[in-house]
Design a binder for this molecule. Structure first.
Ligand code: TPP
Ligand code: MG
Length: 455
């Protein structure tokens, strides 16, 4: 064995017996000795600085310019005509029936979107967000998840919910904030959540779900360390490229990497954060390049290719659970065909022609349809039948949910603390007095139990 000159750190006062990194020193307590990673070999051409273990010395002064690097390639299996680009690799990991189900789920998202967008315009709901162009990312990635896998969503992932088993009735109950809503009508529309399906409730402040997701993934890892009989599962965390500009994104990726959490980050890069085009959002190579910076296995995938998204997600999940677990970053490329939300008019900041071009040129739904038609799985009659039946289901649930009462007024005060506090009791009393004093101002008949719902 070679003799090694070991560099020892000076900061003895930083010692800890908890086996954790201390104050950013890169120093680790191990068996009563300090170690800053592999020791320095005499005469080596690289030095093992605690902060960069594999860096070689060089006499060439070179500033590394990211513009000189090739952009990370985009993985795809199926082209815009629904043709498999490498015909030795027909997607094998699903049955024809499953593929048809994905297609129908994508169609459902798009039909739901059309109906709910119009419903908002008619004043029947306050708000809605459309997923047009991103159905393949949501449905394809969720097709690789199990019911137990835990999801954190941003808001444009209705396809994940449907693929996981969220019903149209549950969606409508949330959108109309009625008493059947899992969230008891407390959130604005599209903020779905489901304990049954392990989908955390969507929250509006951008990127807050990302560190929460890393924390949840760490908890899943701990859970299995304590009880190895618990089946392995991952967290799938979705967000847009705009949300990746938030500090939360960076903190979440770093903690997931350093704590080796079983999480797959799925970034939907749809080219816009409301009116800010991605070209104005960042200078680097998309979001994928950031994964590399955090030491995370990363892949960029064509989000219009549902097969590629699914395969990537299956592999990502496998890798996330291997060995001591690790995070994975998937950047799924797409184009936000719709306006940002019902509160936005995107033609104020982008050309209608550009949008029409994308709609015509490439779309995850028509791409899969073309593939299914080539395989003899689908035709015009089946398309008409499926569209008519989905539309009927959506409209039935729509009118049913619209008629269901809103939650009882008291639900405004429940679930904050285990019991309603004396202060909140006081507020309930005051609210009751106010409603009774101004009955014309407060029509509480739409709420379950009317005024009695406060008791
Ligand atoms: C902290 C915070 N800042 C700003 C907003 C307003 N906002 C809502 S969505 C959005 C754009 C997000 O873009 P992206 O993450 O790319 O998702 P996309 O809408 O494209 O799906 C912004 C700025 C917010 N909700 N939260
Ligand atoms: Mg975006």
């Amino acid at each position: 064995m070679k003799t090694r000159a070991v560099i020892r750190p000076l900061a003895a006062s930083c010692r800890s017996r908890h086996g954790v990194l201390l104050r950013g020193t890169g120093l680790r307590w191990a068996s009563d000795t300090w170690s800053s990673g592999p020791p320095q070999e005499v005469g080596s051409d690289s030095v093992h600085f605690p902060g960069a273990l594999k860096s070689r010395f060089t006499a060439e002064m070179k500033f590394h310019n990211p513009a000189e690097q090739n952009a990370m390639p985009t993985y795809r299996i199926m082209d815009a005509d629904g043709k498999i680009v490498d015909n030795t690799r027909d997607p094998q990991s699903a049955s024809d029936d499953e593929i048809v189900t994905w297609y129908k789920n994508m169609l459902t998202v798009s039909i739901l979107d059309l109906i709910m967008f119009d419903a908002q315009r008619q004043g029947r709901t306050s708000f809605y967000m459309v997923s047009a162009g991103e159905e393949g990312i949501a449905v394809g990635s969720a097709s690789a998840l199990s019911a137990e896998d835990v999801c954190f969503l941003q808001y444009r992932e209705q396809g994940v919910l449907l693929q996981k088993g969220f019903t149209i009735k549950e969606m409508m109950s949330q959108l109309f904030a009625n008493k059947d809503d899992n969230g008891k009508g407390r959130n604005m529309p599209v903020h779905y959540g489901s304990g049954r399906l392990n989908v955390h409730t969507i929250s509006s402040p951008l990127a807050t779900q990302i560190p929460q997701a890393s924390g949840a993934a760490y908890a899943l890892k701990m859970q299995r360390l304590i009880n190895p009989n618990v089946p392995p599962r991952i967290v799938a965390c979705y967000f847009g490229e705009g949300a990746a500009s938030e500090g939360d994104f960076h903190a979440a990726l770093n903690i997931a990497a350093t704590k080796s959490c079983p999480i797959v980050f799925v970034c939907r890069n749809n080219g816009f954060a409301i009116s800010t085009a991605s070209i104005e959002q960042y200078k680097g190579d998309g979001i994928a390049s950031r994964g590399m910076g955090y030491g995370i296995d990363t892949i960029r995938v064509d989000g219009n290719d549902i097969f590629a998204v699914r395969e990537v997600m299956l592999e990502a999940k496998k890798r996330a659970l291997e060995g001591g677990c690790k995070p994975i970053l998937v950047e799924a490329m797409s184009y936000r065909v719709s306006h940002h939300s019902t509160s936005d008019d995107s033609f104020a900041y982008r050309a209608k022609r550009e949008v029409e071009e994308w709609k015509r040129r490439d779309n995850p739904i028509t791409r899969l349809r073309k593939w299914m038609e080539k395989k003899g799985l689908w035709d015009e009659d089946k398309e008409k039948e499926a569209r008519a039946s989905i539309r009927k289901d959506v409209l039935r649930e729509f009118s049913a949910a619209e008629k269901v009462k809103k939650p009882a007024l008291k639900e405004m005060f429940t679930d904050v603390y285990e019991e309603i506090t004396p202060e909140a009791q006081q507020q309930i009393k005051q609210l009751k007095e106010l409603i009774e004093k101004y009955p014309k101002e407060y029509d509480v008949s739409v709420h379950e139990g009317g005024i009695k719902g406060l008791n």
